[in-house]
Design a protein around this ligand. Structure first.
Ligand SMILES: [Zn+2]
Length: 388
């Protein structure tokens, strides 16, 4: 098909575009593997989009192993800009937009490894000898808006570095590519480190991070003050929140910047399924932040801080369980990153389609899974097969 077209560079460009299109359709159709994609390589559908059959599973895997991941990032950025221009992205509360960053382990193996694999020692429960476990981990960044979550970018953790370094590299790229897209960053306790906070402050962004015991001086100071300061009580659904909110802490030596500490003691009534007895469940949350109280009051602060868990439970859950984000399509560092970004792109396209192209009545009547299955069905439609 492409023998008569231009020079080698142009032909390679066309092949890579076909491979990319096939991969994107695989992700949109939630097929979950290159072998599943290979089984539909003979459908008429491809004639319309790539001018003929697509390559084998191996060809597509090899293509993604040599792809330029930044070209996928450019497409994600273009879609974000389009959605922003169309006013489809509204702040979730207090006129602020949050970026959520979190680490995620995609898979591990004791047999296969590649140049990008991280290593750890693993000892089985039955006291077998210690083995080396190979795994991949990345930090992912998503923007949260009213009713939609946009996974923007991911950065693989490299061998020999910690997650904090990897997160800073990702944040630097996000600040360059999306300088005005968000106001604050929501992270867990692992990122409550001075270099991460300093990078955000330098670019005019605020941070809300879970405060854990490893910031002992700050936590000790805050706990001392919480005993003396009055609390405020808020009710959200069945959860009662008793909150303490104090600013101008200077006991974080390495940061050299005044921070705010917020504590929320949350009481929730839950009904035990087995005994039907209603019990009270109490949990405590403490966060450290650079966000001043005048910009974000206590009640909204606590709601924002909890958004991170909603994304963890909904966004990651959906990406892993429905979009096969953890599947290793080809065990090569670039391929893992490229397929990860491709899955994020498919997720954004799907949700933008649901939100922008479907009438509210259809969105109410059918589940997201229903629409995803309609896309998959298009590929498997019998009449679409090219006769042998
Ligand atoms: Zn590997």
């Amino acid at each position: 098909m492409i023998k008569g077209i231009g020079d080698n560079r142009q032909r390679r460009q066309i092949v890579m575009e076909c491979i990319f299109a096939a991969g994107l359709v695989m992700a949109m159709g939630q097929l979950g593997s290159l072998n599943a994609l290979e089984q539909v390589q003979g459908v008429v559908y491809w004639r319309r989009w790539v001018g003929g059959k697509i390559g084998s599973a191996d060809t597509i895997g090899r293509g993604f192993a040599s792809t330029d991941c930044d070209s996928i990032r450019v497409i994600i950025r273009q879609i974000y800009s389009q959605l922003k221009r169309n006013k489809a992205l509204r702040p979730i509360r207090a006129g602020l937009i949050a970026l959520i960053m979190d680490g995620h382990e995609s898979h591990c193996s004791q047999k296969q490894c590649c140049g990008g694999c991280l290593q750890r020692k693993h000892k089985a429960k039955n006291n077998q000898k210690e083995r080396i476990e190979y795994y991949h981990r990345h930090v992912m960044a998503s923007l949260i808006f009213d009713g939609i979550c946009l996974p923007l970018d991911m950065e693989p953790q490299r061998p020999g570095e910690d997650e904090g370094r990897c997160a800073r590299r990702l944040l630097e790229r996000i600040l360059k590519n999306y300088p005005r897209a968000f106001d604050l960053i929501l992270v867990d306790g692992l990122y409550a480190r001075a270099p991460f906070f300093k990078l955000a402050i330098k670019h005019g962004k605020d941070v809300i991070a879970v405060l854990k015991d490893d910031r002992r001086d700050l936590l000790k100071d805050a706990r001392g003050l919480f005993k003396r300061e009055p609390s405020t009580v808020y009710q959200e659904g069945t959860t009662k929140r008793e909150c303490w909110d104090i600013e101008e802490f200077r006991s974080w030596d390495q940061l050299d910047y005044p921070v705010r500490v917020v504590r929320s003691l949350e009481t929730k009534k839950i009904k035990r399924q087995k005994t039907k007895v209603i019990e009270e469940q109490v949990s405590e949350w403490v966060w450290v932040s650079t966000m001043p109280k005048r910009r974000l009051g206590t009640e909204n602060f606590v709601k924002f801080a909890h958004e991170r868990w909603k994304i963890e439970n909904n966004g990651f859950h959906e990406l892993v369980n429905y979009w096969h984000a953890d599947h290793v399509y080809r065990h090569k560092p670039v391929a893992i990153e490229a397929f990860g970004l491709l899955t994020m792109l498919a997720y954004i396209l799907f949700h933008a389609f649901i939100r922008r192209n479907l009438k509210a009545i259809f969105r109410k009547k059918y589940t997201k899974k229903h629409f995803a299955q309609m896309i998959t069905a298009e590929l498997y439609h019998c009449e679409n097969f090219i006769p042998p």
